[in-house]
Design a protein around this ligand. Structure first.
Ligand code: CTP
Length: 399
């Protein structure tokens, strides 16, 4: 799939440098030629010997290396590649890229290149969240650099949060898309995500529990396969995905309008936990306590966005994928829900508190279609997203 493609891999100095070894293998499995460059600090984490052995290529390490200069100058090195991949990209390398510094081989190559650049940031969570790094990230995106990850989770340094090196298969997908356009290139896919908040008054609301993690991962996985993604999200906890069109909404009514406005699309994935009801007449001012007299809320039913889109007489997406969060008889309920809502597939999961799925990083889903049900093993939400994205690509005839 990547045969004949040349990737210049710049390995930065961080604990995640060891993941670049796996990355080299996977890229070579697909037929890519990987030319490795290591910063001096990368060599503190993995040895040039390991990198060279896996890449089957010489490791470039020095800016002033007369042999290399005679054979292939560093300018040329950065130009013959189809993609410059920085993995892991440290905070230091990102800052150098933003400043246009060229004091060592890695930064010189990055400044000298006119080839597309992709970075896979990995660093301590505080370093990632520092305003300086976030400023640099914004500048790199504005400069057209493609950014994959970072993931969120437990880190080698013992802290928890965003900063982990993205999963290697996700990086490989992103590289594939960058180099080949990806199986979903030219396809437009809609994803709804997160909860909706239905106001009671200006300070109170009712909502469903949803972190938005699964919907966000799906948007990223579709993007990694080259799709143009429209991401309609309620007030979710997790960071918004990069490289997609984000439409922020609060209520179900707003989500419906945003979804209908985003059509036509080739496929729609409805991962949002939409509130089924809204307060019939939300108060414009804060409801005050009244001598022990309790307020009574009246509800009105929200529009079922999934059912409406599934039954559109015109402009129905070629593939409509719903979600079903159930606490018992998961497959039976979800199978009935698929028919009732008129969607093509339902991704069903058991959200009983004991499963730890809601708000957690893993998911165990059953994919239900007209052909029956298929239980997937418990896996990370990103892996669920990746598999689902590949299935969507296959269903659209693009796999
Ligand atoms: N959904 C939607 N609009 C709504 C409610 C739900 O688009 N107003 C979508 C969700 O995004 C999800 C699917 O419908 O893809 C299933 O949602 P769920 O809440 O499980 O279904 P309900 O309609 O609430 O069914 P039930 O009350 O029987 O569980």
């Amino acid at each position: 799939m990547l045969s004949g493609k040349r990737i210049l891999l710049i390995i930065g100095g961080g604990i995640a440098a060891y993941k670049s070894l796996e990355l080299i293998r996977r890229l070579r499995d697909l037929g890519a030629v990987v030319t490795p460059v290591m910063t001096p600090s990368a060599e503190q984490f993995v040895t040039p010997l390991s990198v060279a052995a896996l890449a089957g290529e010489t490791v470039h390490r020095e800016l002033f290396d007369l042999t290399s200069e005679a054979e292939m100058g560093h300018i040329q090195l950065s130009r013959v590649a189809d993609l410059v991949l920085v993995a892991p990209a440290t905070a230091d390398l990102m800052a150098k890229m933003v400043q246009g510094l060229a004091g060592d081989l890695a930064s010189t190559l990055l400044l000298a290149t006119d080839t597309p650049v992709m970075i896979v940031p990995a660093m301590n969570v505080r370093m990632w969240q520092h305003p300086a790094t976030q400023r640099n990230l914004a500048q790199l995106l504005a400069d057209g650099v493609q950014v994959v990850g970072p993931d969120e989770g437990a880190m080698a340094c013992g802290e928890f949060g965003p900063g982990r090196f993205a999963e290697v298969p996700d990086v490989v997908d992103a590289v594939r898309s960058a180099l080949t356009g990806g199986p979903l290139a030219g396809r437009r896919v809609l994803v709804t995500s997160g909860p909706t908040h239905e106001p009671i008054d200006p300070v109170r609301y009712i909502a469903n529990r949803s972190s938005g993690a699964q919907g966000t991962a799906i948007a990223e996985a579709l993007r990694a396969l080259g799709a143009d993604v429209v991401f309609v999200t309620g007030p979710a906890e997790v960071a918004r995905p990069e490289g997609v069109e984000v439409i922020e909404v609060v209520t179900a009514t707003q989500m419906r309008a945003a979804v209908l406005g985003a059509l036509p699309v080739d496929a729609g994935v409805f991962a949002a936990a939409v509130a089924d009801w809204r307060v019939a007449s939300a108060s414009d001012s804060k409801i005050k306590k009244q001598n022990g007299q309790l307020p009574v809320l009246e509800f009105a039913e929200n529009p079922d966005i999934l059912a409406e889109v599934s039954r559109l007489p015109e402009g129905r997406p070629g593939l409509v994928v719903g979600f079903a969060a159930e606490t018992d008889d998961v497959v039976a309920h979800a199978t009935a829900k698929r028919v009732r809502k008129g969607c093509d597939w339902i991704v069903a999961n058991d959200v009983s508190p004991a499963t730890g799925i809601m708000g957690g990083s893993e998911n165990a889903v059953v994919l239900i279609s007209e052909n029956g049900s298929e239980a997937w093993p418990r896996m990370g939400k990103r892996e669920v997203a990746r598999r689902l994205a590949l299935r969507i690509a296959a269903a659209l005839g693009a796999g």
